[in-house]
Design a protein around this ligand. Sequence first.
Ligand SMILES: NC(=O)c1ccc[n+]([C@@H]2O[C@H](COP(=O)([O-])OP(=O)(O)OC[C@H]3O[C@@H](n4cnc5c(N)ncnc54)[C@H](OP(=O)(O)O)[C@@H]3O)[C@@H](O)[C@H]2O)c1
Length: 276
Amino acid sequence: MSLNGLFGPLNPPIKEWRNQRVWLVGASSGIGAALARELARRGARIAVSARREQSLHDVLDEVGGGPDQRPDQRPFDALVLPLDVTNAGALAAARDAIVAAWGGVDVVIWLAALWVPMRADNFDLAAARRTIEINQIGALNLLAAVLPVLLDQGRGQLVLTASVAGWGGMPKALAYGQTKAALNHLAETLWIDLNPRGIGVAVVNPGFVDTPATATNTFTMPALISADEAALRILAGISAGEFNIHFPRRFTGVLKFLRLLPIRCWFAVIRRTTGL
Ligand SMILES: NC(=O)c1ccc[n+]([C@@H]2O[C@H](COP(=O)([O-])OP(=O)(O)OC[C@H]3O[C@@H](n4cnc5c(N)ncnc54)[C@H](OP(=O)(O)O)[C@@H]3O)[C@@H](O)[C@H]2O)c1
């Protein structure tokens, strides 16, 4: 393996966001909304998807001159494509709309997720199934929609948002954690297949981010950062061609180190620090 293979970027770095065609799936709130606002400011062309259509418009209005500004007079190009990720046909239709409007797509960022805190003593099969349906099957629905386009283009990038909850067992993550572990595995396997075809694949593993999803958490979230900070870190990671974009490093670095130790160390530290 060459030195570049050992130390160089694992994906084609994206240095300039202006005119990049970016599809954000899960952009009506939290990190996805922050990414949409930041990308719009940087002049990217953004397609935003989630179920709440009005929230998607509100996100664009925040950077586009307010609700009275006509969409065709906004300083950036945007498509609002509301959908439910559990509906594979809806994702395919949105893909078609993007290709019809822009001729292709440069970056696809998966952010949609359901977080239902769950432990063994309140196990809820229906909620667990729903979590898998959105977080995991939803991502596969997106893959089915975009892989043919990316492969046909022979370029582009796919970014899957997972979580540090997928790196190891954590309290309350009984349903959520396994879906995020699956996304980490999925991203690695996709990279192996897509890198030789000129297509980038990255996985995002945030620590705790202040968003509507975490607003109901009743425990103290260590190293909590804002959604805007998370968005900047994700864009910096993509720009640098990183495969595993994880942050904040003061938190994720410790978790990564713990994973290198015997599992009893992970159990002990997680139990002691969370008190859960
Ligand atoms: N916040 C954190 O601390 C944290 C930590 C690690 C990882 N993450 C990950 O970061 C990503 C963004 O999370 P967030 O914290 O920003 O949460 P959020 O504010 O709740 O955003 C979740 C997004 O997913 C969309 N979504 C959920 N179900 C959907 C469905 N069935 N179809 C289409 N869209 C759907 C939501 O839109 P609609 O409701 O409008 O559909 C929303 O736009 C998630 O993948 C999450 O797991 C977050």
